[in-house]
Design a protein around this ligand. Structure first.
Ligand SMILES: *Cc1c(COP(=O)(O)O)cnc(C)c1O
Length: 400
C-alpha cells in the first residue's frame, strides 16, 4: 500500500522545486542570439543578480553548475603556486579547494568540525602566522549543505581584518543566496558565487559569480586565467561573448521569471518565509528527538541554516528505512546524509519555492514514517511545527 500518488515533493537540498512560472517561461522556441529580447534579458538578469548579491561590482553568468563557478572564482584571480585557505565547516568548502589542485594552487585547510561553524579565533591565529602573506584567497561557504551549518560572514571578515591579512575573501552562497541575507559589498566580500538550482528555484545548469574591486585588481595579474571562464573576455561588447559562446537562452528566460518571483515577493519577505519555515522544521525535529532518537547535526541552535536541516539518527536505527518510507509510501524525497555523515542521518531541505503546506506536509510524512517504523520518537513534532508557525504568523499582520 502507498499513499504517494499525487504531486511528489522533492525536499532535497538541490535541485529544489522549480515553480510552474519558471518552467513555462522556458517552454518556447529558440531565438536569435545576436539581437532581440535575449540581449535585454541578459542585461536585466545581470542587474538583478547584482541586487541579489548586494554589490556594485560585476556579475557573470556561466552555463555551468556550481563547480564551474568555483573554478571561475579561482582561475580568474589566482596564479600557479598561490596558497588558498579553505575554511572547513562541512563538505563544500573542501571540495571547492580541491578544484584548485589541478590548476596548480596549494591548498591549506583550517580544519573544522562537522558540527559547528568556522572558528573565527582559529582563523585569525592561522592568518597571523602567515607573515609572508602566502595565502592569497580564503574560501568559505555561507551555508554548508552537508552539515547544515550557517557561517557568519561578517564575523569571518572581521577575523581576517584583525589579522591584517590581505587575502581575498571568497564566499560560496550556493545553498543560501535567496534564502537569507547576504551583503557582498557591506560585508567586504571579494568574490561571491551561487548556482541556479537551490534558493533561486531554477533547474541546475547556470551559475553566477560576482566580483568586487580588489578581486578585479588581482584578476589583472592572475595567470590561471583560461578563455572560457575569463572575466575580461566576457566583458567585451559582443552579447554572445558574455557566455563565451551560445547563450543558454531557455535557462535565461527561466532565470528572468525566477528573479521576477523573488523581487515581486520582496527579498525581505523571501528571507522571512525561509526563517519561519526553518523554525517550524526545527521545532518538529526537537520534539521527535527529545528522547534521544534524533539530534541536530549542528550543536549550536544559532548556527543552524534556514535553508537545510541536517538530522543525525541514533545509531540503532537505519535512516534508509525512514527515507524509503517517505519516498515510496508518501511521495516525499528527503536528502540523504553525505560526506562524513553518510548513512548516519538525513536532510530536510526548506529552500526556494517552498511554503507552509509543503513543509508541514513533509513533516507530517516524517512523523507518519516514524509511527509506521515504530521508532522511539516523541510524538507531537508536527503539532510543534504548526504551533511555531501559528504563533509567528499573526492573523492580523499584513499579507505582504
Ligand atoms: C550544491 C552545492 C554546491 C555544488 O553545486 P553543483 O551545482 O552541484 O556544482 C557547492 N556548494 C554548495 C554550498 C552547495 O550547496
Amino acid at each position: 500500500m502507498t499513499v504517494s500518488n499525487g504531486r511528489d515533493f522533492l525536499a532535497i537540498p538541490g535541485p529544489t522545486v522549480v515553480p510552474d512560472q519558471v518552467l513555462s517561461a522556458m517552454h518556447r522556441p529558440a531565438i536569435d542570439i545576436y539581437s532581440g529580447p535575449l540581449v535585454a534579458t541578459t542585461e536585466s538578469c545581470l542587474a538583478d543578480l547584482r541586487r541579489l548579491f548586494c554589490t556594485q561590482g560585476d556579475a557573470y553568468i556561466y552555463a555551468a553548475n556550481g563547480h564551474g563557478a568555483w573554478e571561475a572564482a579561482l582561475t580568474n584571480t589566482l596564479s600557479r603556486g598561490d596558497q588558498i585557505l579553505v575554511l572547513e565547516s562541512g563538505r563544500f568548502a573542501r571540495n571547492w579547494g580541491e578544484m584548485g589542485v589541478l590548476p596548480g594552487l596549494e591548498v591549506v585547510t583550517l580544519e573544522g568540525d562537522w558540527h559547528a561553524a568556522v572558528d573565527c579565533d582559529q582563523l585569525t591565529a592561522k592568518l597571523v602566522k602567515d607573515k609572508a602573506h602566502a595565502i592569497k584567497a580564503i574560501l568559505v561557504v555561507q551555508v554548508d549543505t552537508a552539515s547544515g551549518v550557517v557561517n557568519d560572514i561578517p564575523k569571518i571578515r572581521a577575523a581576517i581584518d584583525r589579522a591584517g591579512h590581505p587575502a581575498l575573501l571568497m564566499v560560496d552562497c550556493i545553498a543560501s543566496l535567496g534564502t537569507m541575507p547576504f551583503e557582498m559589498d557591506e560585508w567586504g566580500v571579494d568574490v561571491t558565487l551561487t548556482g541556479s538550482q537551490k534558493g533561486l528555484m531554477m533547474p541546475p545548469g547556470l551559475s553566477f559569480v560576482a566580483v568586487g574591486k580588489r578581486a578585479r585588481e588581482r584578476h589583472q595579474t592572475a595567470n590561471l586565467r583560461t578563455r572560457y571562464w575569463d572575466w575580461t573576455q566576457r566583458d567585451g561588447p559582443a552579447h554572445y561573448m558574455k557566455y563565451c559562446g551560445t547563450p543558454p537562452e531557455h535557462m535565461l528566460f527561466g532565470l528572468r521569471a525566477a528573479l521576477d518571483m523573488i523581487f515581486d515577493e520582496g527579498l525581505n519577505n523571501v528571507f522571512e518565509r525561509h526563517r519561519l519555515l526553518a523554525a517550524s522544521v526545527r521545532s518538529a525535529v526537537s520534539v521527535w528527538g527529545a528522547d534521544g532518537l534524533f539530534d541536530f547535526n549542528i550543536s549550536n541552535p544559532a548556527e543552524r541554516a534556514d535553508s537545510v536541516t541536517t538530522v543525525v539518527v541514533n545509531s540503532g536505527f537505519d535512516p534508509a528505512l525512514l527515507l524509503d518510507w517517505c519516498e515510496y509510501k508518501a511521495g516525499v524525497k528527503l536528502g540523504i546524509a553525505i560526506g562524513d555523515l553518510e548513512g548516519q542521518g538525513f536532510r530536510i531541505a526548506h529552500m526556494g519555492h517552498v511554503n507552509a503546506p509543503m513543509v508541514l506536509g513533509a513533516l507530517g510524512v516524517i512523523e507518519a514514517a516514524l509511527i509506521s517504523l515504530q521508532w522511539p520518537f516523541r510524538a507531537g513534532g508536527v503539532q510543534a511545527a504548526a504551533e511555531q508557525l501559528g504563533k509567528s504568523v499573526s492573523a492580523d499582520s499584513p499579507v505582504s
